[in-house]
Design a protein. Sequence first.
Length: 319
Amino acid sequence: MKSAVGSTDVAAPHPRVSVAIPTFNRIELLRRSVVSALLLTYPNLEIIVSDNAGTDGTAEYLKSLNDPRLIILLGETNIGMAPNWDRCLAAATGEYFLLMSDDDAFVDPEAIAKLVAGFAPRDGCTPSVVFCDVLLERVHSGRIVPTAAEKTLYGAAEILRLFFTNRITVMPCGTMVRLAELRRLGGYAGNGMMLAVDAFVWISIVLDGGWAARIAEPLVLYRVHESLTSSAPETWEADIDLLIRMIDRAGGPLEDGDRRIVLAALAATRNRAALGYVIRRWRRGGGLKAVFRDVVQYRTRLFRWSNVAFIAGRILRHR
């Protein structure tokens, strides 16, 4: 069921932007996300919230809101994560699109205006993806850590090298793309990804468009939680294998040297997924026997020089 509380039609120079917030049974977190979106000052905005057949009162909460920018989608059955994202995409009418998880939030009322401005051509380059710095809210420790980088414009090869070597952060809640490009890809579902669905999309777009712009200030808050980081290595490995195949056959902006660097970084990421899983199991009191079984099961991924280098780098950064 689709329930449009209202719509706005503001003329140029403000292109229409669609902010999508898919949700399922996380009403307390959703409240923060929706309120932060309603506080945005951008004049030509629609906020699409798609409730994936939740049972926690989300529908009633959304119906209680009265804002002409809000579009409410109420699913009768749970259709899964990526299809729910695509339901938002199907309802979108903007020129630009931003997907925000129901546990993330905007921290700057001018966030949308600043992201849209990032699409302006510069130095002969027109960005196809615009992303911003984010505040990482680490649920386990309660710490909030800002991300940062050095430049504000990146070619496809450079941003992929930095992203897959953990030297730049690109989060979905802080990433805006053109709606037409997202639809050209076929949306989110159907590409085979289980966890890194959003990364697959923006990487595909930047490979085709060639440039990504960074807004050098934190505009959003991204919640890092256990349900994401504790996923089994096999799930991450399947996603990484799909990314490897995509990068391996990518032409355009990726020269052979760049491709080799990105592929090596992806292989290291696959090994690190197993390392992170075992460490988190140990921290959560999995027990010595359980952790030993994990070490035996994932030994071919754990005992790699890339993991040794990763641990050494973390130690040196925290000295």
